[in-house]
Ligand binder design. Structure first.
Ligand code: NAI
Length: 330
C-alpha cells in the first residue's frame, strides 16, 4: 500500500480532506494516509506552525495532498504554505485551468496552464520596516530559479502536447528583475524550437484573459504575478472551489487547490471539495494510478452533469451530499 502525507489544513481544510479521502477510498484505492497537522492549531503545542515532522513526512513519502492552511493577514506567523514550498524546494507551481462540465461561465473554451515560479520574487516576503512610516519589500529574481521554471514550463508543454509557452512579466518597468526572468525565458526557449514563444506584460495579460482566454496555452510567471493570475484564471472556470494545483520539486510534490482556508464558510458543510479532488486526481496520475484517476474524474463529471453541485457553482448540495453523489457515481 502506498503511503501519502495528508496535510488536512484548517478552515474548510478538514471538511474537504475528509470528502476526498472518502472518495478515493470508495474508488477502491487503498492509501495509507500519513496525517500531519500544521498551522495555528499546533503553534501552542509544538512552538511552530510548521513542525519538522511535517517536512520529514513529505520527504519520506515523496508526495503529499494538502488542504489549505490559514496565514494571518498583515501580522502573525509566516505562511506555512510559503515555508513548505521553500523548505522542500517545490519550485514549480502548476495550475491547470480548464472548464468542467455543466459549470456555466462566460467562456466555455478555457484550457490553459499557469506555471508559477514558487520560491522567490516579492512573495518570499523579505521585508523590513525602514522607519515608522516606510516599509520595504525586496524582490529577488535569480537566473537559476528563472531557468528551472522556464525549462519546467517548456518540458510540460512538450510532454502534454501544448503549442505555446507565453512568458508574463512587467519587464518594461522592472527592467532588472523581470528583465532577468524574460531574458532567461528567451535563452531557454531556444532549446524548444517546436514550441511557440510569446511575451506579454502582466497588465495586458489580465485584460486579455477576461476578454479572450482561449488564446492562451501555457503561461510562465514569476511568483507574485502567478499567484494573482491563477485566482483570475480560477474565476474563468467557475471560481476557487474548482481550481486545482500542484507544487512540484525534484524530490517531492505537494498537490493542493488554488484556494485558501475560506474561514467565511468554515464548519457549515457547504465548501466545494472539487478543487482538492481534482488536485488529488492529478496526484494519482503523478503516481501512475491512471485507472483510479480516470474513475474518480468520470464520477465527478457525471455528478456535475446530473446537476448536483455546491452553492459556489450554482447548486444547493452540501459538501457531504455532493461527496456521497460522487461516490454513488464511481
Ligand atoms: P480563500 O481562497 O480562502 O477564499 C476566497 C473566497 O472563495 C471566499 O469567499 C471563500 O468562501 C471562497 N472559497 C474558497 N474556497 C472555496 C471552496 N472550496 N468552496 C467554496 N467556496 C470557496 O481566500 P482568502 O479568504 O483570501 O484567504 C483565507 C485564508 O487562506 C488566508 O489565511 C490565506 O492566507 C489562506 N490561503 C491559504 C492557501 C494555501 O493553503 N495554499 C492559499 C490561499 C490562501
Amino acid at each position: 500500500m502506498r503511503t501519502i502525507t495528508l496535510i488536512n489544513g484548517d478552515g474548510i481544510g478538514p471538511e474537504i480532506s475528509e470528502s476526498v479521502v472518502k472518495i478515493i477510498d470508495a474508488a477502491g484505492l487503498k492509501i495509507d494516509w500519513d496525517v500531519q497537522t500544521a498551522g495555528a492549531d499546533v503553534i501552542e503545542s509544538e512552538g511552530t506552525p510548521l513542525p519538522n515532522r511535517v517536512l520529514k513526512s513529505v520527504k519520506r513519502n515523496g508526495i503529499a495532498l494538502k488542504a489549505p492552511v490559514t496565514t494571518p493577514i498583515g501580522k502573525g506567523f509566516r505562511s506555512v504554505n510559503v515555508q513548505l514550498r521553500k523548505d522542500l524546494d517545490l519550485y514549480a507551481n502548476l495550475r491547470p485551468c480548464k472548464n468542467l462540465p455543466n459549470i456555466k461561465t462566460k467562456f466555455d473554451d478555457v484550457d490553459l496552464v499557469v506555471v508559477r515560479e514558487n520560491t522567490e520574487d516579492l512573495y518570499a516576503g523579505i521585508e523590513r520596516q525602514v522607519d515608522e512610516n516606510t516599509a520595504e519589500s525586496i524582490k529577488i529574481i535569480t537566473k537559476n530559479a528563472s531557468e528551472r521554471i522556464c525549462k519546467f514550463a517548456f518540458n510540460y508543454a512538450v510532454n502534454n502536447n501544448r503549442n505555446e509557452v507565453c512568458v508574463v512579466t512587467k519587464a518594461n518597468i522592472m527592467k532588472l528583475s523581470d528583465g532577468l526572468f524574460l531574458n532567461t525565458y528567451r535563452e531557454v526557449a531556444e532549446n524548444y524550437p517546436q514550441i511557440k514563444q510569446r511575451e506579454i506584460l502582466v497588465d495586458n495579460l489580465c485584460m486579455q484573459l477576461v476578454q479572450n482566454p482561449s488564446q492562451f496555452d501555457v503561461l510562465v510567471l514569476p511568483n507574485l504575478y502567478g499567484d494573482i493570475v491563477s485566482d483570475l484564471c480560477a474565476g474563468l472556470i467557475g471560481g476557487l472551489g474548482v481550481a486545482q494545483g500542484a507544487n512540484i520539486g525534484y524530490d517531492c510534490a505537494v498537490f493542493e487547490p488554488v484556494h485558501g482556508s475560506a474561514p467565511d464558510i468554515k464548519g457549515q458543510n457547504k465548501a466545494n471539495p472539487t478543487a482538492l479532488l481534482m488536485s488529488a486526481v492529478e496526484m494519482l496520475r503523478y503516481i501512475k494510478e491512471f485507472d483510479y484517476a480516470q474513475k474518480i474524474e468520470k464520477a465527478l463529471f457525471k455528478t456535475l452533469n446530473d446537476n448536483i453541485k455546491t452553492f459556489d457553482i450554482g447548486g444547493s448540495s452540501s459538501t457531504t451530499d455532493y461527496t456521497d453523489a460522487i461516490i454513488k457515481n464511481l
